[in-house]
Design a protein around this ligand. Structure first.
Ligand code: FAD
Length: 521
């Protein structure tokens, strides 16, 4: 039987198999040559002390003990060409994992996606960055893989359902992600690796007899007697099915408007909003690792911070070490920021959303929009950023201390945000109460993380697509919409997920609910 061991080692030891074996031989008192295999089961960084340690949970195989490498396999997907059809609207993590799960359960997914495949999508991202042109169907939020494709690919979640999380992580590995994501406390994939994984998922869906339709925007949902009958696409085509998984993400404003117009019940939902802050990565490393240089064995440091300011939570969101700030607008006439990182997180800057919890009462000036009040509030801030920065994809920007002192920065250095920035008084982007909280909050952050509050940090506005401003309510047991039979609101856009992993889990759950209903009919 292999021995399991928890221990702390230096980053250098953790990075080298021979150093680790030497360390273990002393620890368990066996000769180095008698240690056959060391398998890492869990890995995390403990940066609480000056001498940073790596926590490891290991399985140690001595000579003579049977060792078999565990390879994660794809499930045995059946061919579903002639099986019952289920429409999946949206090819984000929720839609893709729903489609794969439907196949596993013997059903045929028809995935309908407004955007292009990952390859075609790349050209449109270039157009946003270089030419400031936003394609309303193909951008950082819309297209194959959804909002998660060109992201940092952080795969951690607050979900307590470990079994579901492990299953999703294993599927990512089976589709080509590094097995490291199964052991790291804070796994991530990276923008350079995600597109291939997503493409392989799509190819598997098609190979099994499922369908994936790109550049096919859903413009109507057919409903009769409070039951779905199918969808209509922008070309006027109709696709019929009595089961529809609606996984269109938090930015599908036209879908929210469609549901509202058709009197399909939706409700406003609080979300969070703020700015994206960018620091030199070396500065964040020195704060988090208490050192001048992090060395070659530690990854670029992340950070996570939360404070109560003015009675509200202000916190870091989607922090990207060694990353880049991306223009994430989904319509012309608005500016939206978010962040991504390559798998090595080797860019010179660290960026993070710094956002404030909103409350439904904040949307009062937009009350006439009913359930869409939060969405209109969000839109108004994105549009004001666009006007303020010069009516292009340039982002309004300000140095951090200047912002806290309401002083327009005399210059803004080049940041990772490719479309560029315009120096403004950032307070003009937000309603007064938000500006006030942000100003106070950055001062508080500076007290907890010495060095964080600095004019080397550049704020970009706005970080506004943190989660959906609308909920599409569903039954807690059946996952069906509370009013419309056969409609399964799913993933982040419906208000039931936040991030890649929870969206993927929700997609799988919706597929399972549909399979159960069909089996019992
Ligand atoms: P989405 O991914 O939004 O997918 C919805 C899909 O529906 C889209 O492909 C869209 O084109 C399609 N669609 C919309 N309307 C229609 C229509 N009318 N007809 C047909 N198709 C339609 N999360 C993390 O966990 N880790 C990260 O590191 C991370 N980084 C991010 C970085 C960026 C730049 C962005 C934008 C997001 C990031 N996120 C991250 C958030 C994460 O991507 C989302 O939480 C996740 O993708 C939500 O999944 P979803 O399937 O519910 O929706």
């Amino acid at each position: 039987m292999p021995q399991e061991l928890l221990l702390q080692v230096s980053p250098e030891t953790a990075a080298s198999e021979s150093l680790l074996k030497t360390h273990l031989s002393k620890q368990i008192k066996v000769a180095v040559q008698d240690i056959d295999h060391v398998v890492v089961l869990k890995r995390s960084i403990d940066a609480r002390q000056k001498a940073i340690k790596i926590n490891l949970k290991l399985s140690i195989f001595l000579k003579g003990e049977l060792f078999q490498e565990q390879k994660v396999q794809l499930p045995d997907y059946p061919n579903v060409t002639s099986a019952q059809e289920v429409i999946v609207v949206g090819a984000g993590p929720a839609g893709l994992f729903a489609a794969l799960q439907l196949i596993e359960l013997g059903l045929k997914p028809i995935v309908v996606e407004r955007g292009k495949d990952v390859r075609g999508r790349r050209r449109d991202l270039k157009a946003i960055n270089r030419d400031h042109i936003v394609d309303e169907d193909s951008n950082y939020c819309f297209g194959e893989g959804g909002a998660g494709t060109y992201s940092d690919g952080k795969l951690y979640t607050r979900s307590k359902k470990r079994g579901d999380v492990t299953r999703v992580l294993e599927l990512f590995v089976a589709f080509g992600a590094s097995p490291d994501i199964l052991v790291d406390a804070h796994p991530h994939i990276g923008t350079n690796k995600l597109p291939q994984i997503i493409q392989d998922m799509r190819e598997k869906i098609i190979e099994c007899g499922g369908q994936v339709l790109f550049e096919t925007r859903v413009t109507d949902i057919l409903v009769k007697n409070n039951e779905v009958e199918g969808i209509v696409t922008q070309n006027g085509d109709t696709i019929l099915s009595q089961k529809i998984i609606l996984a269109t993400g938090h930015s599908a404003r036209d879908i929210f408007e469609l549901l509202d117009r058709k009197k399909i019940f939706i409700e406003a939902k609080p979300f969070a909003l703020g700015v994206r802050a960018e620091h030199p990565q070396t500065l964040i490393d020195s704060i988090q690792y208490s050192c001048d240089y992090r060395g070659e064995h530690l990854p670029p440091a992340p950070y996570s911070i939360v404070k109560q300011v003015g009675g509200r939570g202000m916190y870091s969101f989607c922090m990207c070490p060694g990353g880049v700030i991306a223009p994430c607008a989904t319509s012309p006439g608005e500016v939206v920021t978010n962040g991504w990182s390559p798998s090595k997180r080797d860019q010179a800057t660290a960026n993070s959303g710094i956002v404030i919890e909103l409350q439904l009462a904040d949307f009062k000036p937009f009350a006439k929009f009913g359930a869409l009040a939060g969405m209109e509030f969000q839109k108004s801030i994105e549009q004001s950023a666009w006007h303020l920065a010069g009516e292009s994809q340039k982002a309004p920007a300000q140095r951090m201390i200047d912002f806290t002192q309401s002083k327009v920065s005399s210059d803004i250095p080049k940041t990772s945000y490719v479309p560029g920035t315009t120096s403004v008084e950032m307070g003009q982007v937000f309603p007064g109460f938000l500006t006030q909280i942000l100003r106070e909050g950055f001062k508080e952050f500076g007290k907890s993380m010495r060095g964080y509050l600095t004019n080397e940090a550049i704020l970009h506005a706005p970080e506004s697509r943190t989660s959906s401003p609308v909920r599409i309510p569903r039954d807690v047991y059946t996952y069906e919409h509370v009013q419309i039979k056969g409609l399964y609101p799913c993933g982040e856009g419906a208000g039931y997920a936040g991030g890649i992993i929870s969206a993927a889990i929700d997609g799988e759950k919706c597929a399972q609910m549909i399979a159960t209903v069909l089996k019992n009919n």
